[in-house]
Ligand binder design. Structure first.
Ligand code: NI
Length: 174
């Protein structure tokens, strides 16, 4: 299938962004194809992370990539969290906005499977940990806008803001 459509809240299937995704039970060629399509779709967007519900597939699958770190996780579970940091996030399903001061754990350990069904355990810190927490939220129907402490922390960003004014992390959508 290749590149899939990324749904927004306004999309006819936008309600799927608010639903809890189901655990994957079949590790088959269909799952491998889904993960391949998710990599392609995320990179084309471009984004640093993508969860299956964002392409209207209600399964607990995510891909994430930032600098030299990347992973595809199936049925991910956060088993350890440490520290707290605030930062700015954008979401491919909420185009044109970023949210500031979003609180996340600074360091997390995630247990999951890869697309072939092998168990994986990942420890992530800083920005990559933030991306993974954002994607795992998507699997539970949670959006970063739910985590805003103050409504004024949500900002509209126009195409003219995208090049110069924002730091690279703020331009990244997930
Ligand atoms: Ni997102």
């Amino acid at each position: 299938m290749g590149i899939r459509t990324i749904i927004t809240l306004e999309h006819p299937k936008g309600h799927m962004l608010r639903e809890k995704a189901k655990k994957v039970t079949q590790f088959d060629a269909g799952l491998e194809r889904l993960v391949r399509d998710m990599w392609e779709t995320m990179r084309e967007a471009p984004g640093v992370g993508l969860a299956a519900p964002q392409i209207a597939v209600p399964l607990r699958v995510l891909v994430a990539e930032y600098e030299e770190e990347h992973c595809a996780l199936v049925n991910p579970e956060i088993v350890k969290m440490a520290g707290e940091v605030t930062g700015t996030e954008g979401c491919l399903s909420i185009p044109g906005y970023v949210g500031d001061n979003i609180r996340r754990a600074e360091k997390i350990t995630v247990k999951a499977r890869n697309e072939k069904g092998s168990p994986v355990k990942i420890t992530a810190e800083g920005w990559f940990a933030r991306v993974l927490q954002h994607e795992i939220d998507h699997l539970n129907g949670i959006l970063y806008t739910d985590r805003l402490d103050r409504p004024e922390d949500l900002h509209e960003v126009g195409p003219e803001d995208e090049d110069e004014e924002l730091a690279p992390a703020q331009k990244a959508q997930a």
